[in-house]
Write a protein of this length. Structure first.
Length: 282
């Protein structure tokens, strides 16, 4: 417990899906002058160096953001995401990768605020340092699930919630869904983004069933798998449940997901697959 460090996985194919969507959602929220609150239940360190020992040990970014960094003819969703990564790298070769707090910081205006939860002491210290000059951000070294409920509804009455646990234990799958269900009872108009890894399909089926039974409206599911489901240990894919997504997001994902298959899974594209499904209508 609490051994997970996202630095090992920064910029991998799961991050590409999660962060391209987050980037779009936060950009969409910024189209209105009224401020919004960003809540991140499992924030991580903020920014990651891809040449450090953690990222180099796994090299997962090489199957993710590195394959897109210099790619041509990207779909609009991926093109905007890669443009963000290039801007944060100051137009130089890829060396740093933004976690979700860094993406929120990029979009944050003076009228927007951020509530960032992180329990891992080392990552919390790095996150605190990262947000030192970000006056609208508050870092809390406490349980993000419990902290989320205390933050709802936000004073802005506009908000984006990212739930991105490490899934070190199987109970995280249902805890993450419960966080959305409980959160929606207090703040039904917020946009909730729940990330999950595809390791054991039955656990994801249970998540989907819980969301369907909850009565929550407007739920979009997007998933990309590098390999078919397997009973062997290891992540074969990644997905998102998105509650109250921007109306254009489904179409943007329909354009982007084929490029996940052709670009990120280029060595085994025949084994890769993707799905996008409006689970529940508005």
């Amino acid at each position: 417990m609490l051994s997970y460090r996202h630095a090992f996985h920064a910029g991998n194919f799961a991050d590409v899906l999660k962060h391209s969507v987050l980037h779009y959602v936060l950009n969409y929220m910024g189209n209105k002058d009224k401020g919004y609150t960003y809540i991140d239940t499992h924030s991580g360190a903020g920014m990651y160096k891809l040449h450090d020992q953690y990222a180099q040990k796994t090299g997962e970014y090489k199957q993710g953001i590195e394959k897109l960094y210099d790619a041509d003819n990207l779909s609009p969703l991926l093109e905007e995401y890669v443009a963000l990564i290039k801007q944060l790298n100051q137009g130089k070769p890829l060396s740093v990768y933004p976690g979700s707090p860094a993406i929120a910081h990029f979009h944050g205006r003076k009228q927007d605020s951020a509530r960032l939860f992180e329990l891992h002491k080392s990552d919390a210290a790095l996150l605190t340092s990262f947000t030192e000059n970000w006056r609208q951000a508050q870092v809390m070294i406490t349980d993000g699930y419990k902290g989320l409920i205390r933050q709802l509804p936000p004073t802005t009455h506009r908000g984006v919630v990212l739930i991105d646990p490490p899934y070190e234990i199987k109970t995280d799958y249902q805890k993450a869904v419960k966080a959305i269900i409980d959160g929606s009872k207090k703040f039904s108009t917020g946009t909730y983004i729940l990330w999950y890894p595809v390791v054991t399909r039955s656990l994801i089926d249970d998540m989907e069933a819980s969301l369907l039974d909850s009565g929550i409206r407007n739920v979009l599911k997007a998933e990309f798998c590098m390999k078919p489901d397997s009973e062997l240990y290891g992540m074969t894919g990644t997905g998102l449940f998105i509650v109250n997504p921007p109306w254009q997001l489904k179409g943007l994902l329909e354009d982007a997901l084929p490029q996940f298959q052709s670009l990120l899974a280029s060595e085994n594209s025949n084994e890769a697959s993707f799905t996008i499904n409006q689970m529940v209508e508005e």
